[in-house]
Design a protein around this ligand. Structure first.
Ligand code: UTP
Length: 273
């Protein structure tokens, strides 16, 4: 039902300078896999095979990662290291990868609008690879189930400490259908100071969006930080009762920050050893 997943991956990743000067943030590894590979694996688990990636200057390593390296294949063929390529080979064989470039980094909303050419007129998933999620059923799979029920845009949320609301889009909503994890959203604010935040329910980097979001984004003016914000566009849908916020089951690591990146590394290392 959701066939395509968009990965906005054009941001500068300034919190990781200097490494992000010439290396895409999405290619930073948690153990031996780059962040974006975890994201693609999550999309595949949710039944999605068409990956649409919004890149920018200096991001070509992402394209190379989801391609064959003939020299390498030749070099390690039949050797003990060959199984290390099993996972990525399997992803490449299952999925298609298409790319478009965001020329000017005008914000996440603008990056999503840039992806329209790859998505077309159908509902689609969005993964921000720097939010790394771990759960029994992948977060996106959980969200696809919610989408099937409500047929509108879905955002993944989690409770954050009140003092952190200024790092996130924050929602206000009403629990629906006697659930304790699913809200009909009536308000959204981008990065509010704690005193202005309607709740501590923060949007994390997983969305399912209906394609009318593109027309709304075209009309969305630059907001917080001078960037075109997806939160502002979603608020337009929310005013029509067309946004559901879903408190997913699982863990999320903010790998766009050094602390979150270290936490994720320790967590995944602990799981493997
Ligand atoms: P972030 O604000 O977390 O990423 O954007 P950033 O700008 O790369 O990082 P810092 O804050 O400078 O360290 C959230 C997501 O939106 C994408 C980023 O790549 C990231 O996945 N993004 C953001 C774009 O693709 N284009 C933009 O213009 C802005």
């Amino acid at each position: 039902m959701i066939k395509k997943c968009l990965f906005p991956a054009a941001g500068y990743g300034t919190r990781f300078l200097p490494v992000t000067k010439a290396t895409p943030k999405e290619m930073l590894p948690i153990l031996t896999k780059p962040l974006i590979q975890y994201g693609v694996e999550e999309a595949v688990e949710a039944g999605i095979k068409t990956m649409a990636i919004v890149t920018g200057r200096g991001k070509r390593a992402i394209e190379d990662h989801f391609d064959i390296s003939y020299e390498l294949e030749h070099q390690i063929k039949g050797g003990s290291k060959e199984p290390l390529l099993d996972e990525i080979r399997s992803l490449i064989s299952k999925c298609t990868f298409s790319y478009t470039r965001q020329i000017e980094m005008k914000g996440l909303g603008h990056a999503i609008l840039t992806g329209e050419t790859l998505i077309g007129n159908e509902p689609f998933a969005v993964i921000l690879a720097d939010d790394l999620c771990y759960s029994q059923d992948s977060v996106l799979s959980q969200m696809v189930e919610v989408y099937k029920k409500y047929n509108c845009s879905i955002v993944a949320i989690e409770e954050v400490p009140m003092e952190d609301t200024n790092k996130y889009g924050v929602i206000a909503g009403k629990l629906v259908d006697g659930t304790d994890d699913t809200y009909r959203v009536y308000d959204m604010v981008e990065k509010p100071e704690p005193k202005d935040a309607p709740t501590n329910l923060a949007i994390i980097g997983r969305y399912i969006l209906t394609p009318d979001i593109f027309d709304i984004l075209r009309d969305t003016k630059a907001g917080k930080g001078g960037e075109i914000q997806i939160t502002d566009a979603l608020l337009e849908q929310a005013k029509r009762g067309k946004v559901i916020a879903f408190k997913f089951k699982g863990k999320r690591f903010d790998c766009g920050s050094v602390d979150g990146f270290v936490d994720a590394t320790n967590f995944f290392y602990g799981k493997e050893s």
